[in-house]
Design a protein around this ligand. Structure first.
Ligand code: CA
Length: 229
């Protein structure tokens, strides 16, 4: 079987070494770029299944690399960022990053995110019904069941849930959600979003104070429960 190729864009030798060991042990083929320019060339030549992209690169910033790649590269890009830099993360997600990880990351988490991102590469064909935990969302009839019972959702709540479910496991920024639902990215409207997330949680969560489906990513947005668990 052909191994899936991951392009690692990272300038720090220790992290490269670490990623090489982890990824090769998990049967991925790994190629490396140490600069942004190298990354653009390698990605165009190899068209890897996924790019792990460090934001802090010596030549061009990871943000610029991300923007350039997104002109033509439609597969998964996971951004690696340093701790405590929310604005970096938000801007990466808004520029088309599939997901992000904060350094230092745990091996299990890295591998889980990679699997989820790669699965998304292949899940463009969407089935009518998606099940996550006790929820069953039918995109065709626009209905939702929890434990087999129909839930009454408003159309905005359904749209919001549909966006979450289509992007399950992936963090979505406030901006992205506002744009998807209302076609607006006015930051002042983040408040409305919070209200709708609140009412949706009351309908789909067992305990809306301890959400299992719509997880808040502080300062960034929301992540819907993954299909994995
Ligand atoms: Ca770096």
């Amino acid at each position: 079987m052909n191994k899936l190729e991951i392009l690692v864009v990272e300038d720090e030798p220790q992290i490269r070494k670490l990623l090489q060991i982890i990824l090769e042990n998990n049967d991925y083929k790994v190629t490396f770029a140490a600069t942004g320019k190298e990354a653009l060339v390698l990605c165009a030549n190899n068209f890897p299944e996924l790019v792990l992209l460090d934001i802090g690169l010596p030549d061009i910033s990871g943000h610029q690399v991300l923007k350039d790649l997104r002109q033509w590269y439609n597969k998964a890009i996971i951004v690696l960022s340093v701790f405590d830099n929310e604005s970096d993360i938000v801007s990466a997600l808004d520029n088309g990053a599939t997901d992000y990880l904060i350094k230092p990351f745990r091996t299990a988490e890295l591998l889980a995110r990679i699997r989820a991102a790669i699965r998304r590469n292949h899940s463009e064909k969407e089935s009518c019904i998606t099940k996550i935990k006790d929820l069953e969302v039918d995109f065709l009839s626009m209905t939702v069941k929890k434990n087999g019972e129909y839930l009454k959702l408003t159309s905005t709540e359904f749209n919001l849930l549909a966006i979450f479910v289509r992007n399950s496991g992936r963090v979505l920024t406030h901006q992205f959600l506002l744009q998807e639902i209302w076609g607006s990215t006015l930051n002042t409207e983040t408040q409305y979003l919070r209200v709708f997330v609140g009412t949706l949680r009351k309908k789909i969560e067992d305990d809306h104070n301890k959400p299992q489906y719509i997880i808040t990513e502080n300062g960034v947005g929301y992540r819907f429960a993954s299909l994995d668990n």
